[in-house]
Ligand binder design. Structure first.
Ligand code: NAD
Length: 491
């Protein structure tokens, strides 16, 4: 079957989807305006619609979450845990169906979408386990006059805002700890990938999450709707994943009602290859770090910083691997790399490559979008990238790998840290002591040492500098949805 035939067969199988807002355990028509179209980035065609929430719809969702809060926060930890565990089970049973949906609305390869479903479901399992381990503290005051009791209570109604690049995992990474802590929530997914969010609402409902505990709404006016919710004093938590630019704006909005904020923002990850590294392993890791999700990941390797002694070897091998990738519709099982999210993203890749080339970079593979339907950009490798090229200072968010070189360890560290972002750094070296020494000097919340992947529900995910505030996953993740209460007690 050629690509258009495949798309047609695929659409007949899927059928267009139309979703209303999920508020108070009910599907409600949005009052905002016309339904928002959902686009298949592989073809540029519409595959469905979702309702557009107005400000009053959003405030009704907040009311629903507030009404459900007392009962959910008083639910026994074991019961919450078992409901979350059922969310995991149902999600895994629907893995194929969900992966297809993610791939359809986001464009990522089926392999990446399947990986995302497993990763996303794992947050339900992990936080099902954490729900029964929200331990407090008991101490004697140094004066001996009283006891210091510390408990962790649910912070309250939480606003969860997610991006389009991991439509399932970014939502479950927030929903699961929020519910485990005893909070209720309003989820506002990105309008590019809303169908996955509504599918998660189906799963949670089937698993036994009571009405009003999770509310999901889509809106074409994110700024106005989110601002109204952040100025409603019933919202006590904002958990946001998205760009640093929007994150900064929301921090300002959240200040008015002093809303607690957890922010997972943009990245500009350095990928440092030392001269003593195993180059085959480094290239293998680079392919994962750069090309998982077609480069549309906050953790994506953004700047390859390679010792001049091994730069030619590394660049050649990376370029061979990149050019061997099969680009095509994400839901075609043969594709390694799907389309980008939209036409603007393709245009942006072209601009970044052109700017780098104008400043002296060489294109080893890729470099230019082909004409035709869908939002494709070929896997691209650039070498000799100048320090002042724009591609080195911005989040690329696409399949382009720029390579620059260094000669000393100090220079590599300085180049790696020369960014306002601080989400993750990758290091490849054969000397473990050097690996740890450099890891400690990296200004990032996470370091991948001789690995191309760090994401793990059991580990604290998050960034330093302008990549974010707080951590998701691990035992830290549930604490983001808790308020610490100290009770001074005499007995
Ligand atoms: P984005 O910031 O444009 O949008 C994120 C969410 O915010 C969406 O739901 C969007 O509708 C909403 N939004 C946009 N403008 C808003 C406004 N004015 N007020 C309120 N809400 C608004 O990001 P994106 O393009 O969807 O996602 C890509 C970005 O997300 C990248 O920068 C990436 O690095 C980041 N990201 C970070 C992590 C992490 O864990 N650190 C994970 C995934 C993605």
């Amino acid at each position: 079957m050629n690509a258009p035939d495949q798309n047609m067969a695929h659409e007949q199988n899927t059928g267009a989807q139309y979703r209303k807002l999920w508020i108070a355990g009910d599907w409600r028509q949005g009052q905002g305006g016309y339904p928002i179209p959902v686009i298949d980035p592989s073809t540029g065609r519409e595959i469905g619609h979702v309702d557009d929430a107005s400000v009053s719809d959003a405030l009704e969702a907040v009311s629903a979450a507030q009404d459900a809060l007392a009962s959910w926060s008083a639910t026994a930890p074991r019961e919450k845990s078992e409901i979350l565990r059922r969310c995991f089970d149902i999600m895994m049973q629907r893995k194929a169906e969900l992966a297809h949906l993610i791939s359809l609305e986001n464009g990522k390869s089926l392999k990446d979408a399947q990986g995302e479903v497993s990763y996303a479901a794992e947050f339900f399992r992990w936080f099902a386990e954490e729900a029964v381990r929200l331990n407090g503290e008991l101490n004697t005051a140094p004066s001996g006059s009283n006891r210091i009791i510390v408990i962790h209570q649910p912070i309250g109604v939480s606003l969860l805002i997610t991006p389009w690049n991991f439509p399932a995992a970014m939502a479950t990474r927030k929903i699961a700890p929020a519910l485990a802590a005893g909070c209720t929530c309003v989820l506002k997914p990105a309008t590019e990938t809303p169908l996955t969010a509504y599918a998660l609402a189906d799963i949670c409902t089937e698993a036994g999450v009571p009405s009003g505990v999770i509310n999901v709404l889509t809106t074409a006016r994110a700024g106005k709707t989110v601002s109204a919710m952040l100025h409603d004093p019933r919202i006590r938590k904002l958990s946001f994943t998205g760009s640093t630019e929007v994150g900064r704006l929301l921090l300002r909005e959240a200040a008015d009602c002093v809303v607690s904020c957890s922010m997972e923002l943009g990245g500009n990850a350095p990928f440092v290859v030392f001269e003593d590294a195993d180059i085959d392993a480094a290239v293998e890791g680079a392919m994962i770090a750069k090309m998982r999700n077609g480069g549309e990941a906050c953790t994506a390797a953004n700047r390859f910083i390679v010792h001049s002694y091994v730069a030619e070897h590394f660049s050649k091998a990376l370029s061979e691997h990149m050019s061997a990738l099969k680009v095509g519709p994400g839901y075609d099982a043969q594709s390694d790399c799907g389309p980008l999210i939209n036409a603007e993203a393709v245009e942006r890749m072209g601009e970044l490559v052109a700017d780098a080339v104008q400043r002296g970079a060489r294109v080893l593979t890729g470099g230019r979008a082909a004409d035709g339907q869908g939002f494709y950009f070929p896997p691209t490798v650039l070498t000799d990238v100048a320090k002042d090229a724009e591609i080195g200072s911005v989040e690329i968010f696409g399949p382009v790998a720029p390579i620059a070189t260094f000669t000393t360890e100090e220079e590599a560290i300085e180049m790696a840290n020369d960014t306002e972002y601080g989400l993750i750094s990758y290091i490849y070296t054969g000397d473990f002591a050097r690996g740890l020494r450099v890891s400690e000097k990296m200004e990032s919340g996470m370091v991948a040492l001789n690995r191309g992947l760090v994401s793990d529900p059991a580990a604290p995910f998050g960034g330093s500098k302008q990549s974010g505030l707080g951590r998701e996953g691990s035992h830290h993740g549930i604490r983001e949805f808790c308020e610490v209460k100290y009770i001074a007690a005499s007995w």
